[in-house]
Design a protein around this ligand. Structure first.
Ligand code: SF4
Length: 112
């Protein structure tokens, strides 16, 4: 059978590449508990302060929104990421609906 381990190796490589920005993170020498104790814990504020000065904040934030259910990533806590995911879904739906609404008008212009 082909592909099994090769596919796995590709996924591992992709994950490492995707997370290579972590080597530059301002939190790399921090206590990770500060980033994982929940949105109501005061240490979340400490974590967000570290993130505010981080050179890889944007990459980390996008990773966190896409992949991470817990902790502070890119200056956003769990609840903020849930809200951002919902906002993006609403935006994508609105864009899809807008495009669908414009299509008949475009077809009408093209036919005339
Ligand atoms: S943005 Fe915050 S959590 Fe992400 S790497 Fe930087 S300091 Fe760490």
């Amino acid at each position: 059978m082909s592909g099994g381990r090769g596919h796995y190796a590709h996924e591992v490589h992709s994950a490492r590449t995707a997370l290579s920005w972590q080597d530059e993170g301002a939190c790399r020498d921090q206590d990770t508990n500060e980033f994982y104790l929940g949105p109501t814990n005061s240490t979340t504020t400490t974590a967000k302060k570290v993130c505010a000065g981080c050179p890889v904040l944007e990459a980390c934030r996008e990773w966190g929104i896409a992949h991470e259910p817990y902790g502070v990533w890119g200056g956003m806590d769990e609840k903020e990421r849930v809200n951002e995911r919902r906002r993006r879904v609403r935006y994508a739906r609105a864009e899809r609906d807008r495009a669908a609404a414009e299509q008949p008008a475009q077809e009408e212009r093209a036919a005339s």
